[in-house]
Design a protein around this ligand. Structure first.
Ligand code: SF4
Ligand code: SF4
Length: 293
């Protein structure tokens, strides 16, 4: 089972929830950080990272100017303006290429060969029996989904080979990277806080991800701090509330020290054990067992 922890905005406690869920998970687990632009799950889980770092690449075109007849077919095809033809000069812009391969396929003169652009690095590690996997986008690389896909491929290989579950920390927000993270998951856990801003961005996340028709529930963080509007919204839209994490100074202190909040107290340990149970029930379609608004 793949569980993706997502949120409509940054700062909701998404990574905190992912780390705590990983800490209490009672089956063999792979903890995955797909927030490749700003990976920070390792700060909480503190895995022992392997020194075997793998690089991820994207296939991009390379021009052989001697074969090019300046026909312009590749320029017209490229939707991303990654190729231009000015007077008698064909120019490629490797950083704008999305790696679709169309230009290489359309060039009948064989003037566009295959090159590579580095996307970033993939790291693996372990914390106890739990395996850890993350990606780190290369500085200057604008597109994170191709690296995320490479991390997801590695994740699927490990899950198939070892029969583990995966808990995945998604990028925040509702843009392409966030959708890339949630689209293959079996369960989506949205983390939201009960403030007006939190509600606004949670609604955006719900509108974006509910179209995927996957079992989805919410964890309300800093419960008791804001208004009851988020509970009303969940009730109106039949969104199960999987857990509530109280607004508590002890949690903020633990977070600032990089500690796993499920380990701060017995009560918080119970909150996350119960979250795990509710996620399993949600995945099984047993929503009667899951809390509601
Ligand atoms: S399609 Fe091939 S031959 Fe035509 S402009 Fe592009 S690279 Fe040159
Ligand atoms: S591979 Fe696709 S995106 Fe990249 S330059 Fe060619 S047509 Fe454009």
């Amino acid at each position: 089972m793949k569980i993706t922890v997502a949120s409509g905005k940054g700062g909701t406690g998404k990574t905190t929830v992912t780390a705590s869920l990983a800490a209490v998970w009672d089956r063999p687990l792979l903890a995955v950080d797909l927030d490749v632009e700003e990976p920070n799950l390792h700060l909480f889980l503190q895995p022992e990272i392997s020194t075997d770092v793998e690089k991820a690449w994207m296939e991009i075109p390379v021009l052989d100017a001697e074969k090019c007849t300046l026909c312009g077919d590749c320029v017209n095809l490229c939707q991303f303006k990654a190729i231009s033809l000015m007077i008698s000069t064909l120019t490629l812009y490797p950083d704008m290429c999305h790696g679709c391969g169309g230009c290489m396929a359309i060039c009948s003169k064989g003037a566009l060969g295959k090159g590579q652009r580095e996307l970033g690095t993939i790291h693996q590690g372990r914390v106890g029996e739990t395996r850890f996997l993350s990606g780190t986008l290369r500085i200057g690389e604008a597109m994170s989904p191709p690296l995320m896909e490479a991390v997801k491929k590695k994740m699927d290989d490990i899950l198939e080979l070892e029969g583990r579950d995966a808990v995945i920390d998604a990028p925040p927000g509702v843009s392409c990277p966030a959708l890339c993270a949630v689209m293959d998951s079996d369960v989506i856990v949205l983390v939201a806080d009960a403030t007006p801003f939190g509600l606004h961005d949670f609604k955006l996340a719900w509108e974006s991800f509910s179209s995927l028709a996957k079992p989805t529930g919410v964890v309300i963080n800093r419960a008791g701090m804001g208004t009851r509007e988020i509970y009303t919204f969940c009730g109106e839209n039949a969104i199960p509330i999987l857990a509530e994490i109280p607004f508590d100074r002890k949690i903020a202190e633990a977070y600032s020290q990089g500690r796993i909040i499920a380990e701060v107290s017995a009560e918080l340990g119970t909150v996350f054990s119960s979250l795990q149970k509710n996620i399993r029930a949600l995945a099984a379609g047993d929503t009667g067992e899951v809390g509601d608004a």
